[in-house]
Design a binder for this molecule. Sequence first.
Ligand code: IMP
Ligand code: MG
Length: 180
Amino acid sequence: MPERGVARILIPEQEIRMIVETLGLEITRHYRKTGGELLVVGLLKGSFIFMADLVRAVEYPLTIDFLAVSSYGEATVSSGKVAVKMDIGGSIEGKNLLLVEDIVDTGHTFQKVIRLLEARNPLSLKTCTLLSKPSRREVDVRIDFCGRDIPDEFVCGYGLDYAQKYRNLPYIGILGTTGA
Ligand code: IMP
Ligand code: MG
């Protein structure tokens, strides 16, 4: 039975595990080929559970960090700026950076964060998201490692929230009309 407010389960725990395993293999294969220092940066808060599972599925030496940015309303979306609420610890210059997000929807957030980090001259920058809603895309954002495309539905669980709730659900669920 899904949690109260969740209409149905879209991706059960076991399927999430398979998605993460596959991503881990792809990422491992990529960095074994390129070599170099790897820094995995998770976007807070949504990516925290995915990050924890993903880094354990990667068999390549790495360090981790987190970045928190604030989402703006529509008015500021076109400015191309993003407010950093919590920055990563050190310099990323000369490092291979893998940016990890929970879900890419319109793409605005991810695009702005990519630009912000690229300006700091990493050796390379790759992107990974657990979920993507391609039908909602407004900007063309590059995703190198994508867990799964999903339809235009609001999902929660496994780190993703609705009004800060539901992050602790072990599966990805679709919110019902009573989800509020
Ligand atoms: P974007 O800038 O439109 O791509 O939005 C990205 C952010 O919106 C993500 O980092 C999520 O925090 C949030 N978001 C978008 N869709 C969903 C969803 O279905 N469930 C939970 N959060 C979402
Ligand atoms: Mg997010």
